[in-house]
Design a protein around this ligand. Structure first.
Ligand SMILES: N[C@@H](CCC(=O)N[C@@H](CS)C(=O)NCC(=O)O)C(=O)O
Length: 242
């Protein structure tokens, strides 16, 4: 039987946000894992689902094959579809959206650029590395300050926690320390314990070293090499549609 939802994804923080949410919501879904270094995200078939040529994206077969792209928009769609992981009153919903936007406009882009300049580009542009790592650290301090007073980012555990957590867990890969941020660490550890989160990180499996930040083992080097190919070529040639 066909799953309710198809998730187009890869083993990245933005992809894992959605697989974790789907696991938390216990929605039946199937994975289509795209090879980003090979440019599968630029195939016409996928561009019809996400014209931006990026993962993640979903197609909801239970809603007339409705396609959604942008990880934040997907999380909101899933929360609204199920009435879970986000309150329905205006203020509660707004609190969740504030911390979701904080991740989408801040944590994700800053850590993403830190990864590009710190890990992937062959040239080491130190001012760029410093800028993105410092801004990432500043955002972590904002999270830590808020979590000093609150168990979760916005009321109960929500899509805002999932979105931020999927990036924060990879802080070592971006070269950004969480030393001296005990509340962020407490929250990071608590979310990591959730069975649905652990299942979501397996779909597809997170590269071990992405979270641990080591660069000296073969797995980390292979991951960085593939990401470098994608960043340097900018727009990989799409393989033949199959
Ligand atoms: N704002 C987008 C970002 C999506 C994004 O950048 N996805 C990356 C993987 S995390 C990707 O597909 N990269 C492929 C490429 O750069 O060609 C979202 O949150 O969905």
């Amino acid at each position: 039987m066909r799953a309710m939802i198809t998730l187009y994804t890869a083993a990245t923080p933005n992809g894992h946000k959605v697989s974790i949410a789907l696991e938390e919501l216990a929605l039946p879904y199937e994975l289509r894992v795209l090879d980003l270094a090979a440019g599968e995200q630029q195939r016409p078939g996928f561009l019809a689902i996400n014209p931006n040529g990026r993962i993640p994206a979903i197609v909801d077969h239970a809603a007339g094959d409705f396609a959604v792209f942008e990880s934040g928009a997907i999380l909101v769609y899933l929360a609204e579809k199920t009435g879970r992981l986000m309150p329905q009153d205006a203020k509660g919903r707004s609190r969740v959206l504030q911390w979701l936007m904080f991740q989408m406009g801040g944590v994700g882009p800053m850590m993403g650029q830190a990864n590009v300049f710190y890990r992937y580009l062959p040239e080491k542009l130190q001012p760029a590395i410093d800028r993105f790592q410092a801004e990432g650290r500043r955002l972590f301090e904002v999270l830590d300050g808020h979590l000093a007073q609150h168990e979760w980012l916005a009321g109960d555990y929500s899509i805002a926690d999932i979105a931020n957590w999927a990036w924060v867990r990879t802080h070592r890969w971006s070269g950004i320390s969480i030393d001296g941020l005990p509340h962020l660490r407490r929250w990071r550890d608590a979310i990591r314990e959730r069975p649905a989160v652990q299942r979501g990180l397996e779909r597809p499996p997170a590269p071990l070293r992405l979270a641990q930040g080591g660069s000296d083992d073969a797995q980390a080097q292979a991951f960085a090499e593939r990401a470098r190919t994608m960043v340097v070529t900018g727009r990989p040639q799409p393989p033949q549609e199959t």
